[in-house]
Design a protein around this ligand. Structure first.
Ligand SMILES: Cc1cc2nc3c(=O)[nH]c(=O)nc-3n(C[C@H](O)[C@H](O)[C@H](O)COP(=O)(O)O)c2cc1C
Length: 178
């Protein structure tokens, strides 16, 4: 599959089959995250695999939307602020690094026929307490993962800005917003 084809194939999946993910496939997907680039190669991330029924239910409850219940597994992708690179002006690159790892994971999952959905609208404090995360570990996103039982939301997925809205040559020109 061509890379752009894979990129377009990936979409947010919010309904999953009640089918376990094979260990080999999960390892493949996690390996894609492990190989992601990061600032100064600090790799400030942790991938928490949650499949224990009791804990899974509690992690899902930190998001609270009904659709996530069908996911057989949730990855809690965490950033480690004690390991991330800070630029001279103080900017912490932790969440940038973590986002790249998540993107690798979602694309690898799509290639393996698995669905995922970024979830950031969860209760971070509840999640951190539940998983007993130290204060320097931030749960950045929940990533439900499993075999898709829907084709995503094509209307939303296909709604992308036009190339000339986002690409500018030789400098930035403000565009009047109506
Ligand atoms: C940083 C980030 C946070 C997101 N958080 C949520 C979320 O909390 N709940 C949700 O249903 N979708 C969430 N999404 C999924 C987006 O809604 C989705 O990616 C977007 O609508 C485009 O659709 P597509 O992924 O199918 O292409 C999030 C996506 C990103 C990148």
């Amino acid at each position: 599959m061509e890379f752009l084809e894979l990129v377009k194939l990936r979409r947010s999946i919010r309904k999953y089959h009640n089918k376990a993910i094979e260990k080999k496939k999960l390892e493949y997907v996690l390996e894609a995250g492990r190989q992601a680039p990061s600032a100064v190669n600090f790799q400030p991330w942790h991938f928490l695999v949650i499949k224990n029924t009791g804990l899974l239910k509690k992690v899902k409850a930190t998001y609270g939307k009904k659709w996530i219940d069908s996911a057989p597994m949730v990855l809690v992708i965490c950033g480690d602020h004690s390991q991330s690179w800070r630029r001279g002006d103080g900017k912490d690159h932790c969440n940038i690094d973590v986002a790249i790892a998540i993107d690798h994971i979602t694309l690898a999952a799509a290639e393996q026929g698995l669905g995922t959905c970024w979830v950031c609208k969860f209760n971070v404090m509840d999640c951190s307490e539940l998983l007993k995360l130290p204060s320097h570990i931030e749960p950045v996103a929940l990533l439900p993962i499993g075999y898709p039982a829907e084709n995503g939301n094509p209307k939303r997925h296909n709604k992308r800005k036009k190339m000339d809205e986002i690409v500018q040559w030789n400098g930035f020109k403000s565009v009047d917003k109506k």
